[in-house]
Design a protein around this ligand. Structure first.
Ligand SMILES: Cc1ncc(COP(=O)(O)O)c(C=O)c1O
Length: 345
């Protein structure tokens, strides 16, 4: 159902018949040159509403973006502006999805791109990066080492990290606008947190809707982290205390020290939210549950659904609350990892 926006301020009123991509909100997106959008039709992805753990869960199928993850929103906004600035060559480090998205949008923009990934990143993500025409550099070791290597080998290229670039988050905020427009505002948003761009983008989008006078209150933002990588939980509650696993299952959020940690924690607190940690076994259960309702996502994307049990047990949200969960990455991105757990390969 498309929400009736006729009583909304002028810029939202014009949207009803607008473009069916995130660029329908172009008036609210920063663009250095208005005519210069680098787009593959990202955004305006479908939603399904299902009852899970007694909540009305709005599942946003954002893995249906062109490269199979929500990162396309950020990549489209970032590459549009890098192109407008005349940038010719960029470097990025990534667990895989941002690398794939940035590689694809760089190809569209005609910008050279080099992507550094951990060598244990899923093969589909690595394959995407090189097929889109970017130079793929695999780095043995932690995610921190991957970033250090990318920075050390920058040369004349621009460091276009999704973790730092302000335009990337601007693209991600459209997830909040779409939620508002497609289903109406939720009581809470539950998101996986790695570098925190998704959480900060969604938070910014809802804050802007509040500033526009369209929302009374920003929904509670609940950050979900995987055991072994819990900086947000640790900052709020003290050390969770699990060691990082040898091979992360939810690889998109295997980030021990996100650069914007303070902002993430402040956003969670200001919204009245919290942080939840999930173990890999629960993530696998949630992934299977989603698959049995016809939705195939990668492990990282299943973590918010895994968190719903603890959210309920801890009384964080009232029964029947409306909970928005962006499903961030396709299961087809991680068939090797998922098969190892489910088919015992
Ligand atoms: C599928 C998926 N979901 C969620 C995240 C977390 O996003 P962020 O790094 O913006 O916190 C990532 C990050 O790579 C991801 O790949």
């Amino acid at each position: 159902m498309v929400k009736d926006l006729s009583s909304a301020p002028p810029r939202f009123t014009e949207l009803k018949d607008g473009e069916k991509s995130m660029w329908r909100y172009r008036e609210l997106l920063p663009l250095i040159e208005s005519g210069c959008t680098v787009s593959l039709g990202e955004g305006f992805t479908p939603v399904l509403t299902r009852r899970i753990e007694g909540y009305e869960v709005i599942l946003k199928l954002d893995f249906m973006n062109p490269t199979g993850s929500f990162k396309d929103r950020g990549a489209s906004a970032m590459l549009s502006n890098l192109k407008a600035l005349g940038v010719k060559s960029i470097v990025i480090d990534s667990s895989g999805n941002a690398g794939a998205a940035v590689a694809a949008y760089s190809a569209v923009a005609g910008i050279r791109c080099r992507v550094y990934v951990p060598s244990n990143a899923p093969i589909s993500k690595k394959l995407q990066i090189s097929l889109y025409g970017a130079e793929l550099v695999e780095v043995e070791g932690s995610r921190t080492l991957v970033r250090e290597r990318a920075l050390a080998e920058l040369g004349d290229s621009v460091y276009a990290s999704h973790m730092w670039n302000p335009y990337f988050i601007e693209g991600l905020k459209t997830l909040a606008y779409e939620c508002f427009e497609q289903t109406g505002p939720p009581d809470a948003v539950v998101v996986p947190v790695g570098s925190g761009g998704l959480l900060l983008g969604v938070y910014r989008g809802f804050c802007e809707l509040e500033e526009l006078g369209l929302l009374d209150e920003v929904p509670a933002i609940i950050a979900v982290q995987a055991a072994g990588y819990t900086p947000v939980y640790d900052a709020l509650h003290g050390p969770y205390g699990a060691e990082p696993p040898a091979e992360p299952f939810a690889d998109g959020i295997a980030i021990p020290n996100p650069p914007r940690l303070r902002q993430i924690v402040e956003a969670v607190q200001a919204s009245g939210g919290d942080a939840i940690v999930v173990e890999d076994s629960k993530t696998l259960e949630a992934l299977s549950l989603l698959a049995r309702i016809g939705v195939f996502v990668e492990p990282t994307s299943a973590t918010p659904v895994a968190a719903l049990k603890d959210i309920k047990a801890g009384g964080l949200l009232d029964a029947g609350s409306r909970v928005y969960i962006p499903l961030t990455g396709s299961g087809l991105k991680a068939v090797d990892k998922i098969a190892k757990k489910t088919l015992k390969l």
